[in-house]
Design a protein around this ligand. Structure first.
Ligand code: HEM
Length: 399
């Protein structure tokens, strides 16, 4: 927020608590009587901080810094009682919240510290006036409004700055993760291409077969690199699905044709002929199954059994992809659908998050269950042609 916005916000809050010129005058009228007490209040403020290690830890400059901070707090109190609440005053309050985020002070400590300061100020007023005097009542009310306004602005600044910093650090972490993942995935095919190009340029009298072999290697690894980029851009802009009835069995078979399993994996396929058509974007759903089938295959490098079975249940189509592979450790299971999270040595970690995003856009859902060293089960739920309304999609349940 810029200074004008902060000031407008302050004026809005002033209106909310019913702050008037009369309040400003009544607070300013007490500044003379409170002035002799300020240094005692500030000493008490910092003595209390020293009893709370979590607050104290942000004071890294020892006693010298505490003395400086005491001076800062006295200035803050004098301004508070000064009667001039213009944009510069508000901007300095905003600065406090901002600075507290910067030094890593938790906002709760500002709240309780202010509460203690408020009690101290009230005690001074009560010592000065008889408890039934009108002046006391008016001044207490005005000072309370003013302290509430200060705290509201400090907290507002704190929250805004905190959220901004969080966003920034999350963005940086994501950029780091994406860059690391992309670099890792591209380096391998590029190295292969580099080696083959080197061979083609430098081999003395290579045979025609050798040249063709290297050209094929280059082609294959360029396709691999291209796949990495496609996966990233698919994730970035998932098109709006074109939801029409389609054959689930045909869709899964196409995904399987594009991702064949080796002979070491026994394939069991169970799609009852009575299965009604599914409702969704068949092209997109094929990507879901392609990802699940690829994962299942990679989970069984030594071979195993892959069972793909579908049934109609509660008006939905449920397809399970079950492998007898390595499984996913329980502590990783709840994260596997997060973008860029991968349990594999290779891979960007986008497959399952793309699958889940596609299913959610198509009114379906994805669930995962796994047992370490026994295998995993991925369950895809889709609507049938006579669907549950799109407005109430089946929720994805991550374990
Ligand atoms: C009523 C509550 C509080 C008020 C009004 C307040 C006021 C201030 C002000 C005016 C500043 C200077 C901001 C600037 O750079 O312009 C500041 C900074 C700071 N505050 Fe607070 N504060 C409060 C609570 C606390 C608490 C509970 C701690 C706990 C240790 C704390 C520690 C600090 C520190 C370490 C700085 C940085 C000072 C520096 O630059 O060395 N504050 N605070």
């Amino acid at each position: 927020m810029n200074i004008d916005e902060v000031y407008r916000r302050y004026q809005e809050l002033q209106a909310w608590v019913g702050w008037t010129g009369e309040d400003a005058r009544s607070v300013a009228a007490t500044s003379g009587l409170l002035a002799p007490h300020l240094s005692t209040l500030v000493d008490d403020f910092y003595e209390e901080i020293q009893r709370h290690p979590n607050a104290l830890k942000v004071i890294t400059g020892g006693q010298t810094q505490i003395e400086r901070l005491k001076g800062t707090l006295i200035v803050w109190l004098r301004e508070l009682l000064g009667g001039c609440y213009d944009p510069n005053y508000v901007s300095r309050r905003w600065q406090v919240g901002w600075r507290h985020v910067e030094i890593g002070l938790e906002q709760v400590y500002t709240n309780v510290a202010l509460s203690r300061l408020r009690l101290g100020l009230m005690r001074c007023l009560h010592e000065h006036w008889p408890s039934d005097s009108d002046e006391l009542q008016t001044t207490v009310r005005s000072l309370n409004k003013l302290l509430d306004l200060d705290l509201a602005i400090i907290e507002d600044a704190y929250q805004e700055e905190y959220a901004l910093r969080l966003q920034r650090s999350e963005r940086m972490a994501t950029i780091g993760q994406v860059a690391g993942g992309v670099a890792h995935e591209l380096r391998n095919p590029l190295n292969v291409v580099k080696t083959s190009v080197y061979y083609l340029l430098n081999a003395r009298m290579p045979t025609a077969e050798k040249q063709v072999e290297h050209l094929h290697r280059i082609e294959k690894h360029v396709v691999l690199a291209d796949g990495v980029i496609t996966a990233l851009s698919n994730f970035a802009k998932l098109p709006v699905p074109n939801r029409t009835p389609f054959s689930l069995e045909a869709c899964v078979r196409e995904a399987l044709d594009a991702n064949p399993v080796p002979d070491t994996i026994e394939l069991l396929f169970d799609f009852p002929p009575s299965l009604p058509p599914a409702l969704g974007d068949g092209e997109q759903i094929r990507i879901v199954f392609a990802n699940l089938l690829r994962n299942a295959r990679e989970a069984m490098p030594q071979g195993g059994r892959l069972t793909v079975a579908a049934r109609e249940t509660n008006g939905l189509l449920e397809t399970t992809v079950v492998d007898t592979g390595v499984g996913i450790p329980a502590e990783q299971l709840h994260r596997i659908m997060e973008p860029l999270y991968s349990t594999k040595a290779r891979g960007l970690g986008l497959g399952l998050s793309i699958a889940r995003a596609i299913l959610e856009k198509n009114g379906g859902s994805l669930r995962a269950a796994s047992e370490w060293e026994k295998g995993s089960t991925f369950t895809v739920l889709l609507q049938t042609e006579s669907p549950t309304p799109v407005s109430s999609p089946v929720r994805s349940i991550s374990p």
